[in-house]
Write a protein that binds this ligand. Structure first.
Ligand SMILES: Nc1ncnc2c1ncn2[C@@H]1O[C@H](COP(=O)(O)OP(=O)(O)OP(=O)(O)O)[C@@H](O)[C@H]1O
Ligand SMILES: [Mg+2]
Length: 307
């Protein structure tokens, strides 16, 4: 059996006295995996440890079956990395930078030139590739960073907060690019973000970190919204929610209580919703919120990340 893409085993990373990763164990093997966590959760630290850029205080990490601490050459040639901060030389052009980095990863000059131009085309920078990076917008810098991470045709790429600093349009483009890299180019993607939606739109699996600890590791197919989960109404008090759930159920529309002030109707059909509105009107109960009842794993992930 092929080894998993990444195996993290009981890893501790300390910066001085500060515990940045606290006995993290996780296996990463999906085509695209999200690393979700609030600021300071340990996302960048975990990426750097897997890339062999820092040595854990304790524990073991393997990448493609090799010990990450001893795999510098493998990582250089077969892994890409987009760091979270600006890292490209401002007084060079994107084209020269990406060619140079491709050569550092082992490509001969001629291949490096061809591949750099392909990678810059992929990220939509072909027109601006001969401009100095210092004149780039944040979105262009992020795309240039992405181009250098894929230029050598790696098996796996680590993208650390690729949507940082992007406006909604730029963010959408970046997420679409990440999907293309994973789906069309067949490169494994590990992408970090503090926004669940970024990860849901690009990944098959998610790893949640909180205060340096593993809070959850899940497949994401269960996050797809399904109408089968029905609708959830939020009312002003638990008494009102009780009365509404009972009245609906007695009227032939099964409903159950959810949370302190919620009522869920698993059958989210228009008829059920009409019955819900009628019952609420009949008892003088205000519906404060009406929304699809799905996303329980999503709620759980957000809770795992923040509480
Ligand atoms: N070089 C360092 N020296 C000391 N402490 C550090 C260092 N790098 C990170 N830390 C601390 O380790 C913890 C984890 O940091 P890390 O950068 O991995 O988090 P992150 O999840 O990437 O956060 P962000 O979303 O802000 O990028 C934080 O508390 C951070 O302050
Ligand atoms: Mg970070």
């Amino acid at each position: 059996m092929a080894p998993p893409l990444i195996q993290v085993d009981d890893v501790v990373v300390k910066y001085g006295n500060h515990l940045a990763l606290d006995r993290v164990s996780v296996t990463v093997d999906a085509p695209a995996t999200g690393l979700l966590g609030a600021n300071g959760a340990g996302k960048s630290t975990l990426m750097k440890a897997i890339l062999g850029l820092l040595t854990p205080t304790q524990g073991r990490i393997s990448i493609m079956g090799h010990d990450a601490a001893k795999a510098a050459d493998l990582v250089r040639r077969r892994v890409g990395y987009m760091p979270e901060h600006d890292c490209l030389p401002p007084t060079m052009t994107a084209a020269d930078t990406v060619v140079h980095l491709a050569q550092l990863r082992g490509l001969p000059r001629r291949d490096a030139v061809r591949r750099a131009s392909e990678a810059l085309f992929t990220v939509g920078l072909e027109e601006e590739r001969s401009r100095l990076i210092e004149g780039y917008s944040q979105g262009m810098k992020q795309r240039a960073k992405l181009a250098q991470s894929i230029v050598h045709g790696p098996d796996v790429v680590f993208l650390d907060e690729p949507t940082t600093g992007l406006d909604p349009a730029g963010r959408g483009e970046m997420l679409a690019l990440i999907r293309r890299i994973s789906h069309d180019l067949g490169i494994h993607v590990i992408v970090s973000s503090h926004i669940l939606d970024d990860i849901r739109r690009t990944c098959d699996g998610v790893v949640v970190l909180r205060d340096g600890r593993l809070a959850a590791a899940e497949a994401l197919e269960t996050l797809a919204p399904t109408s089968a989960q029905g609708m959830r109404a939020e009312v002003g008090s638990s008494e009102a929610a009780d009365r509404l759930a009972t009245a609906l159920t007695q009227g032939g529309f099964p409903a159950h209580r959810d949370g302190e002030h919620g009522v869920v109707m698993p059958d989210g059909s228009d008829r059920s919703l009409d019955a819900l509105r009628d019952a609420a009107a009949h008892y003088g109960i205000a519906l404060r919120k009406l929304a699809p009842a799905g996303g329980t794993l999503e709620d759980a992930l957000v809770t795992a990340m923040t509480e």
